[in-house]
Design a protein around this ligand. Structure first.
Ligand SMILES: NC(=O)c1ccc[n+]([C@@H]2O[C@H](COP(=O)([O-])OP(=O)(O)OC[C@H]3O[C@@H](n4cnc5c(N)ncnc54)[C@H](OP(=O)(O)O)[C@@H]3O)[C@@H](O)[C@H]2O)c1
Length: 269
């Protein structure tokens, strides 16, 4: 039986992987900064990759690490140094496979978070641990994060990225489904990218999300550097030849908000 430690195991993707790994009969250990919830049905390791606290204990008896933790607000400490520390301790603990989650196109779009993700991949490659890196396209949950402002400030406009940016959104459950057999397979280095079923423009996504949320606010597209905007416009963050996901954006909106509100959107390709 394989014991799998999932960093970020209580997060969007990590929890989907944890559920599938458990169903497949593996021993799952979720790593989180939070204490074990009463209803947790897996092993639980309270640890902080930013400070290193609890990480050594979290690795005890672990065969495979799935590194699905990330912290856009503390990238250096968590994504880079935290991953390095995790891998070093993992090597000492005899971990056989470090399975790292990354993002499609991070080497082609000069966005600061992507540069951190690229540095984290480098850490994984140089860790001395057998590794696999899976790059996924943006999840269906991501556009909703832009609504955080809306929910906090009634006066806020809806903020999105450049309108003609392309996105190949994927359901995080489908990323987990794709990843699962690879997690327990032999380490394979940089894996083929995984993406959703269709490519949509940012403005299409934003408008349909507003309809589904039932809010009417001015849409403002955040200014970004030419090089970053160009990268998203050209779809460097997509992988049109690797459309693994079946759940479309409209399907996801319908599931999340109910069919009546979710407007169908045409895809670019
Ligand atoms: N979201 C997307 O569209 C997308 C697309 C492609 C790839 N990815 C990648 O997929 C991975 C998972 O993303 P996600 O959307 O599932 O993110 P998420 O829901 O925000 O989960 C990230 C997890 O990281 C953990 N974390 C943050 N700081 C930590 C720390 N100091 N120590 C330990 N754990 C910490 C958090 O766990 P606790 O709060 O429980 O401590 C959180 O659950 C990331 O590597 C991300 O870059 C995301």
């Amino acid at each position: 039986m394989t014991r799998i430690l999932i960093t970020g195991g209580a997060g969007v993707l990590g929890s989907e992987i944890a559920a599938r790994a458990k169903l497949a009969g593996h021993t799952v250990r979720v790593m989180s900064r939070k204490p074990r919830p009463a209803n947790a049905d897996t092993e639980w390791a309270q640890a902080d990759m930013g400070t290193g606290e609890g990480v050594e204990e979290a690795l005890r008896g672990v065969d495979v690490i799935v590194n699905a933790a990330s912290n856009p607000f503390n990238t250096k400490k968590v994504d880079i140094e935290g991953t390095k520390h995790l891998a070093e301790l993992g090597r000492k603990a005899g971990v056989e496979h470090l399975f790292h989650i990354s993002i499609v196109g991070i080497d082609r779009i000069p966005y600061s978070y992507y540069q951190v993700k690229l540095a984290a991949e480098q850490v994984v490659k140089q860790s001395g641990l057998p590794y696999s890196i899976l790059r996924a396209t943006q999840f269906h949950t991501l556009p909703g994060l832009f609504f955080d402002f809306l929910k906090r400030f009634y006066w806020s406009p809806a903020l999105f990225l450049t309108p003609d940016a392309q996105f190949q959104l994927i359901d995080p459950g489908e990323v987990a489904e794709y990843a699962m057999p690879l997690i327990t397979a032999q380490p394979a280095g940089l894996l083929p990218d995984v993406g959703g079923p269709e490519i949509l423009r940012m403005d299409e996504i934003a408008k349909s999300l507003m309809v589904a949320e039932g809010v009417r606010r001015p849409l403002i597209y955040l200014p970004m550097s030419r090089a970053i905007a160009e990268g998203f416009r050209k779809g460097y963050n997509t992988c049109p030849n690797n459309r693994y996901g079946k759940i479309t954006w409209a399907d996801w909106l319908a599931r999340r908000y109910g069919t009546a509100k979710a407007a169908r959107q045409p895809s670019i390709a």
